[in-house]
Design a protein around this ligand. Structure first.
Ligand SMILES: [Zn+2]
Length: 515
């Protein structure tokens, strides 16, 4: 089985949201394997009578009407965009609910009808003739205010729960990325940990909830599935069986097994549990925690990974090789942005390598940062046509185009990046051409630290070539045995944190004595 990347919850102008569906699908094809671009469809308990919410109520109702009117066209476009083996799509739409929390309904069936109901459970009954799942999202909001309603959660209806999006992280009180949107804070009773402690079983996914038609927008949430093929049937099977995990943005490749069963499995309880975890990150690993029944069980400190390799023989080689030439594999991130452009700033990039080779490249492209409509924002079909693409990639060179925006706050990036995995040593040289400007830098220099290259004067857009990360610092593999059975329903999951604040939250393996 292979890992594939997707976004199952994001919006464009098929309802309230911005940018066209066609451009959204084009953006998704650029950096994802599968996606669902969904419309807002209903809000049974919308607070219509509140005068001060008139703007919010109206844009919601107008959005629902727009989706209903365009539904046939939306469904056809999504269906036609599915090309098994190349790019997979799913149908879907969304229900808001104060009482039950928000859900999106996903289906691999192109005929899934757009129906309305009073609750997610009632809608699932009405859709019983179709393969459909209801995914609770932004669950961390307070109970009764569109946060999780664990009392009404049904494992059979909801194999997946969205644990991270542009709204923040819903894992636990202690998680990074608290809720800061107008809808309110994170409440512990609505978190993933609260549900797991009640014995609920589900897979962890992340998706952007992007509202300007940019599925997979970097940093806002993506999910990984472990599937037999890049086809609708195979990916749906992975989703239904919880073979998923959530990431913030970086495509951190993880394997996690208990007694040989992959993440998401529900397996026979056993007195001896063999646990294995492998991680291939995109930046230096900071901390890895394996949890047992939501409590930390093993903690791995990132700094020690590199120290272990150095202790293991810097003299005799270690991470810098026997001849000190540093021959090995490294990740180097080329990030573009800053400045204060009024609109999207267009970048053209090229990287050529001397004395080494490019092993792989991963894009970190974003759309405009939009989470909800505002009165001043007007729609434009092409606001999500950003032409961000990796145009070519070979061992010797890579070419790409991307766009960046003015960082909206000093704590919120709107940059674009490409992460290159390079094979080489301290003698390897990177030759970049960015918007016509030539930049040359040695891998040896980058192992000491980052280098930035302003494109003009102070306040101009800038290129940042990050500090190079040796393979030993972005990879991990561990195996453990646990003979301490706490119950017949113990479960294990893992969290991976990189130094750049990017995370992976890996779905538990659940033991079950009743099997
Ligand atoms: Zn949404």
């Amino acid at each position: 089985m292979s890992i594939y990347w997707g976004d199952l919850h994001n919006h464009c102008n098929i309802t309230y949201g911005y940018g066209s569906l066609d451009n959204a699908l084009e953006a998704a094809r650029g950096q994802l394997d599968f996606c669902a671009v969904i419309g807002h469809a209903m809000w049974p308990d919308i607070p219509k009578s509140r005068k001060e919410w008139e703007y919010e109520v109206n844009y919601h109702l107008e959005g629902f009407r727009k989706l209903r009117e365009g539904w046939d066209r939306v469904q056809r476009t999504v269906s036609e965009a599915n090309v098994d083996g190349k790019f997979v799509t799913f149908q879907g739409y969304e229900m808001h609910s104060l009482k039950y929390g928000d859900h999106h309904f996903l289906s691999p069936d192109d005929k899934m009808p757009l129906l309305e109901a009073e609750s997610p459970g009632a809608l699932m009954e009405m859709l019983a003739a179709y393969p459909v799942m209801a995914v609770p999202h932004h669950i961390g909001y307070p109970p009764g205010q569109r946060g999780a309603n664990w009392d009404s959660f049904r494992e059979a209806n909801s194999p997946l729960v969205e644990v991270y999006s542009k709204h923040g992280c819903s894992m636990s009180d202690e998680s990074a990325y608290p809720f800061l949107h107008t809808m309110g804070p994170r409440d512990s009773r609505s978190t993933v940990f609260h549900g797991l402690r009640q014995g609920k079983r589900f897979g962890f996914v992340a998706s952007t909830d992007h509202h300007a038609g940019y599925p997979g927008s970097y940093g806002d949430g993506r999910l990984a599935v472990l599937a037999t093929a890049k086809t609708r049937t195979a990916i749906w099977d992975a989703l239904m069986n919880r073979r998923v995990y959530a990431v913030t943005g970086d495509k951190i490749v993880c394997g996690f097994q208990v007694n040989g069963a992959d993440f998401g499995s529900i397996i026979q309880d056993a007195p001896l549990r063999r646990i294995s975890l492998s991680v291939r990150g995109c930046d230096r690993l900071d901390k890895i925690v394996v949890y047992k029944n939501t409590h930390p069980w093993k903690v791995i400190c990132g700094e020690e990974l590199e120290m272990a390799v150095q202790d293991g023989g810097l003299d005799g080689g270690g991470m810098f090789g026997a001849d000190r030439s540093g021959v090995g594999t490294y990740k180097v991130r080329v990030e573009l942005g800053w400045g204060k452009p009024a609109e999207a700033f267009a970048w053209q990039g090229r990287l050529a390598i001397d004395g080494g080779s490019i092993v792989s490249a991963e894009t970190c492209f974003r759309g405009r940062s939009v989470l909800a409509p505002t009165p001043e924002m007007g729609d434009d079909d092409n606001m999500n046509k950003l032409d961000q693409r990796l145009h070519s990639l070979s061992e010797a060179e890579a070419e790409w185009t991307c766009a960046s925006f003015k960082n909206p706050t000093t704590l919120h990036p709107a940059t674009a990046a490409v992460i290159f995995e390079l094979a080489g040593g301290t003698g390897t040289r990177l030759r970049l051409t960015i918007n016509g400007r030539d930049i040359a830098v040695g891998l040896g220099e980058l192992l000491e630290g980052s280098r930035s290259y302003p494109m003009g004067d102070l306040l101009s857009e800038t290129v940042l070539v990050h500090k190079a990360v040796p393979e030993c610092a972005y990879t991990f593999a561990g195996e453990w045995e646990d003979r301490e059975r706490l119950s017949g329903n113990d479960f294990y999951h893992a969290e991976v944190r990189q130094v750049n604040g990017q995370y992976a939250w890996i779905t538990p393996v659940y033991l079950d004595e009743a099997l």
